[in-house]
Every structure is written in structure tokens, then in C-alpha cells.
Design a protein around this ligand. Structure first.
Ligand code: SF4
Length: 622
């Protein structure tokens, strides 16, 4: 098969390297020796999937166990899909070129709502029935990742979802699967799912019944079996420092989005931005020790040949040992030509100093995310940043020699007024003025890029109750800013409002949306987050044919009492806390970070027996 594909198909597709699969550090196991085989599926192209740390973690973790085997598959680009369909070749994994249908488990990572049609397409290309109920044979189809915490629009297509950190749970799932396999390598799906549904963190949607009210909202979600828990709790790796980390990751032969070593310094963020789903669903903060990270870095350097180490997390500048760690990494590796990168900066001068230290030689652009233009709006979203902080940070950046600054904002935030919107343009102009002053002596010119996305209300956040602005309103706001942000040194970028609208529909929607996804995929939707493929007209028809009003999900405010499609999935932060935080947002009241101060009552630590775990010398809560 490999030879046939490489000779007959790959010469006819763009970027054939995407499908070769012979990367450095690849793991190829004997199929017959593995007790359980799993394909890890990333529903987007290779370059994006291979930049995803979660893939490398699970690939190493599972393959470290002699009785398990994991291989990879990515969404084939449209040219490859055409070839596969023409030659009637089922979608295959990169390691062994085996069809996905041959595996015991097929696991999709759910990173982004707009990749959902790619999932259906991959199942279809593999010849696997789309719906769980239609699959008597073939792999157990599972999903994990952030969107698994509101997976309802995908519910009929999946056998189960893994909520939260997958490390421990996935191994458990494979062990249980191994026990259920007969001699012919098959399993009784119902019995296997029955046992899996009792594992903490595993949600089997087929075991829950939904009752709707006449107005279309959910009346209740009830377990269809006695033993199934009414709410499924997310899993949390408590001691990240001792958790598995892949120090011999795959090294691609083609350029990917993040072509570098990744060191995960911590998980979680407790800053409490009220729109941020990651900040709510990855709590509490769990750091790795500096020495652990140094050791991991050493192994990564030996095993990969990459020239950059990226310190990854939701907010790396908040890592309590960021300064000593960065210094030590620079001391050890800079002479060998290895850079250190901090992908996320805080809006303060400390971050700029740190960045300046790192990028002594080559200064790429700096990005700051004030998120909102006015102080009032920053208080509403609980972004504990002042204009002074931002202006101080950009001054320091221009002084240190940066000329390109990117500012990231959101429009359509709850309670936004014209003044808040105008404040975005004002702030950008202030930054430009500072740039001109600071760079005058150096004869440099500042370039400010203002990148504005539209607010998408996400489940498990305080803003889950807020409706999104209608598309026309989002467009009018974009137009207004476009008019304001013209001129030399200013660049304005915005996101397609209809795409944000669809994202909101699927982020806030429930099980009734599944037929829409199927309709959209059937009419040709895939790679929806790619401009050249996004076709809103097809989506509109898909909604009409399913008799679904998308605005009901995206634009309607949700009542505090309403049963939301993800209420039976416990991400940790209590609904009472989300309501309290939502009310505080309306009062423009700030809530502090529980990492540096007392607990603010989100309830996860007590209920899940976890705590913020920091290792810095100054701040050690342990
Ligand atoms: S329970 Fe308290 S300390 Fe723990 S994450 Fe929530 S707010 Fe922070």
C-alpha cells in the first residue's frame, strides 16, 4: 500500500511530505505485538497538528507502553481527498499506512469548533459509519481536548469523550479496551462503553437522555442507566512535575506552524479573564519545577536538532521561575545557536525586559493583548491591566529596539458602547505616537498592527450567559474601526464575522445541531477555518434543511436558571461561581488572581482535591 500511494498518489498532491510519515523519532511498532492499537486523529492539516503539544504527549505516552500502539492521521487536504476517493483508498495512518478502520480506537482531538466537519469527512474517508449507533464493528471513536467540555453538537458521532487532562485517563481506557477484546480482536461495544462510563472523566453521550421544553431549551439531561453518573467530572493531573513529558518528540521534515522544541512550564491560569475558556477549564495552576524543565530541555536538545526552545503555557510570563529558567537556558544553549522563545507576554515592562534579554540578536515582533480599549471594559472582562501598564510596556519595547508591535483586541464584548470601541483606536494611536517619539533618534519607524477578533461566548465561562452581537453589528463595528485605524504605521486586521458567528453557534449549542454538521459536510463544507474554503451559503442551507435557527444559539442571552448543554459536564469551576463572576462583570468589579492572594471561591480545589502548585522561591504555596 505504501508503495502504491507514494508512487501513484503523492506525485499528484501539494506538499506530499504531509503524508510520508517517516519523521525523525517516529515510532513504528509491530502491529501483531500490540494488544490495543489506536490512531490519533488531528482534524486539520499536518502542519497544524504537528505543532500541537498534546499530540506529542499522547503519542509518546501510549507508545511507551509495550502493549499499546499509537499512530497518527491528519485531515487530508482537498487534493489528497480527491485522490483517495478516486483511487478508493481508505484514509490511513502515517506510520503503517493502515486504514483507520483497522484500529481498535480512533481518537480525535477537539481543539476548535470549526474543525468539526473535517471529523465527519475523515470518518467517511475511512469508511467508518458517521454515527455511533450505526457502528456495530470498527474502532471505538473517542474525542478529547478543550471542545470535549461541550461536545454535544458532536454527540451522535462519538462513542465517548475524555474530559480534561487525558494522560491517566487514556491509558485507563486502553487497558479496559484490552480486557474487552475477544480472540478475533473485536469487542462488544455496549459492554465496553458500559465499563468506560464508570471511569471518572469519561462521558458516554449515548447513555444520557435529553428532554426539551416547548420553547426549545433543555428541560433536563438524565442518565439512561442507573449506574451512570448524572454529572461527569473532568480529570486533572495533580502533579504535573511528575507527569510524563515527551523528550524525544517527532521532528517533521517540512516546515510546520511551530517548528521548535516545546517545554510545557505549567498548566492552568487563574487570572480569571471572564471570556477565557482555557482560563476556567484548566484550573488550578500546576507548575513544573525549574530543574525538571532544565533536564527535559537537555534531552530535547539532544534528541531533536531544533534551534528554538519555546516555553509554553497559557501565560508563560506568570510562571514563578520564568526568569531563572530563561537565564539558565540562555546560558546553556545560546552559544550553540539555540534561541529561547516566550510565546505569551504579559502587558508589563517586566515581560519586555525578559523578552529583550531573550531576543538580544534578532528582534521579531512583540504582541500585547490588552483585549479592550477602555479601562471600563477591561474591568468588565477582568483584565487586570491599565493603560499605564500597556504604554509603559510599549515604551520599553521601542527603547529596546522593537519596531513592530501587535495589539490584540476583542470587539462585541458584553455591554460594549461606542466609547469603548473608539478607545481601541485611541489606544492604538497613543502607541503609535510613543513609537514615533522613541524611534526618532534611531531613525526607525513604528509599525502597529491592530488585530481585532469578535467575542465568542464559550461554555464554562462567566460570559457563557451572554449572547454574541448579531453579524451585522459585528460588521458595523469592524467598519468603524477600519475607518479610525487608517494611516501610516497602522494596520488593521479583523476576523470574518460569519465565522465567529458559527463558532458561537457550536460553542453554545447542543445535540440538535448534529444534523446541521452532517448537512454542511454533505454539501461540501470542510476546512471551514480556512478562508479559501469557508462557504457561509452552504452553512445557511444546512441550518435551513435541519430547521434550526442558529441565532437561537449564538445571539440569545442564557438565563441563569436555564439548563445549558454542558451543565452535566463538570469542568471544575462551579456554575454559582460563573454566575457570581458574571454579576461582578456587570458591576465592573475586579476579581484577583488566587495564585498570589486568597481563594476567590471557584470551588474546584475543594471538590477535586487539587490546589495551585507553584515552585518559585518567593511564591511557594506548597
Ligand atoms: S478554588 Fe480557590 S484557590 Fe482553587 S482555583 Fe478556585 S479560586 Fe483558586
Amino acid at each position: 500500500m505504501r508503495q502504491y500511494i507514494q508512487e501513484k498518489i503523492l506525485p499528484h498532491v501539494l506538499k506530499p511530505t504531509r503524508y510520508l510519515g517517516n519523521e525523525w523519532n517516529v515510532v513504528k511498532k509491530e502491529w501483531e505485538e500490540a494488544k490495543v492499537t489506536m490512531a490519533f486523529a488531528f482534524p486539520d492539516v499536518y502542519e497544524i497538528g504537528m505543532s500541537h503539544l498534546g499530540l506529542h504527549i499522547l503519542y509518546g505516552l501510549v507508545n511507551n507502553r509495550s502493549e499499546f500502539l499509537m499512530e497518527r492521521v491528519f485531515a487530508p487536504w482537498v487534493d489528497m481527498e480527491e485522490q483517495l476517493r478516486r483511487h478508493k483508498i481508505p484514509l490511513f495512518t502515517l506510520e503503517s499506512y493502515r486504514a483507520l478502520g483497522d484500529f481498535h480506537v480512533l481518537g480525535f482531538t477537539l481543539q476548535y469548533e470549526m474543525s468539526y466537519t473535517n471529523i465527519l469527512n475523515m470518518l467517511d474517508l475511512a469508511g467508518i459509519p458517521l454515527k455511533s449507533a450505526d457502528r456495530q464493528e470498527g474502532p471505538l471513536v473517542i474525542g478529547g481536548g478543550p471542545c470535549a467540555l461541550n461536545p454535544e453538537p458532536l454527540a451522535p458521532f462519538f462513542d465517548c469523550f475524555l474530559l480534561g487532562d487525558s494522560e491517566e485517563m487514556l491509558l485507563q481506557l486502553l487497558e479496559i479496551t484490552a480486557r474487552h477484546l475477544n480472540e478475533d480482536g473485536k469487542f462488544d461495544r455496549e459492554a465496553l462503553l458500559g465499563e468506560l462510563s464508570l471511569v471518572s472523566g469519561i462521558y458516554v453521550p449515548g447513555f444520557y437522555q435529553l428532554r426539551y421544553k416547548p420553547d426549545g431549551t433543555i428541560g433536563s439531561v438524565d442518565p439512561a442507566k442507573e449506574e451512570v453518573p448524572p454529572r461527569v467530572q473532568r480529570r486533572i493531573v495533580q502533579n504535573l512535575d511528575e507527569a510524563y513529558f515527551p523528550t524525544k518528540p517527532l521532528v517533521p521534515y517540512m516546515e510546520i506552524v511551530h517548528d521548535r522544541m516545546m517545554l510545557e512550564v505549567m498548566r492552568g491560569c487563574t487570572r480569571g479573564c471572564r471570556f477565557c475558556q482555557a482560563g476556567m477549564v484548566y484550573r488550578p495552576v500546576r507548575e513544573r519545577k525549574k530543574d525538571t524543565l532544565l533536564k527535559q530541555a537537555e534531552e530535547l536538545v539532544q534528541n531533536t536538532g531544533h534551534e528554538e526552545i519555546s516555553l509554553t503555557s497559557l501565560s508563560t510570563a506568570d510562571y514563578s521561575c520564568v526568569q531563572p529558567l530563561t537565564k539558565e537556558l540562555l546560558n546553556r544553549y545560546q552559544d550553540g545557536g539555540i534561541n529561547v522563545a516566550l510565546p505569551s507576554l504579559r502587558v508589563d515592562a517586566f515581560s519586555v525586559d525578559l523578552a529583550a534579554e531573550i531576543q538580544r540578536v534578532r528582534k521579531s515582533g512583540l504582541t500585547f493583548a490588552p483585549e479592550a480599549g477602555s479601562q471600563r471594559m477591561r474591568n468588565v472582562i477582568n483584565k487586570n491591566v491599565t493603560e499605564e501598564d500597556l504604554l509603559g510596556a510599549v515604551t520599553a519595547a521601542f527603547r529596546a529596539g522593537w519596531t513592530n508591535i501587535k495589539l490584540y483586541f476583542m470587539l462585541g464584548l458584553p455591554g460594549e458602547t461606542n466609547d469603548d470601541l473608539a478607545a481601541i483606536a485611541d489606544l492604538a494611536k497613543k502607541v503609535l505616537d510613543i513609537g514615533r517619539q522613541e524611534l526618532m533618534a534611531q531613525r526607525g519607524r513604528p509599525n502597529i498592527t491592530v488585530s481585532v477578533s469578535s467575542f465568542v461566548p464559550k461554555g464554562h465561562t462567566p460570559f457563557q450567559f451572554e449572547g454574541q452581537n448579531p453579524v451585522e453589528e459585528l460588521r458595523a463595528k469592524q467598519q468603524f474601526l477600519r475607518g479610525q485605524l487608517k494611516g501610516r504605521g497602522l494596520k488593521f486586521k479583523w476576523h470574518e464575522a460569519k465565522l465567529s458567528f458559527l463558532e458561537a453557534v457550536f460553542a453554545r449549542g447542543g445535540r440538535k445541531l448534529a444534523p446541521v454538521l452532517e448537512n454542511a459536510w454533505k454539501s461540501g463544507c470542510r476546512f471551514d477555518s480556512w478562508d479559501e474554503h469557508f462557504d457561509y451559503a452552504k452553512w445557511q442551507t444546512a441550518f435551513e434543511n435541519a430547521a434550526i435557527d442558529p441565532e437561537f444559539y449564538a445571539n440569545r442571552p442564557f438565563d441563569y436558571q436555564e439548563v445549558l448543554p454542558w451543565d452535566h459536564l463538570d469542568a471544575g469551576v462551579s456554575k454559582a461561581y460563573l454566575i457570581r463572576e458574571h454579576k461582578r462583570a456587570m458591576e465592573e468589579a475586579l476579581t484577583h488572581d488566587c495564585r498570589w492572594d486568597e481563594c476567590t471561591g471557584c470551588s474546584i480545589c475543594d471538590r477535586f482535591q487539587v490546589e495551585n502548585r507553584l515552585w518559585g522561591d518567593e511564591i511557594n504555596v506548597d
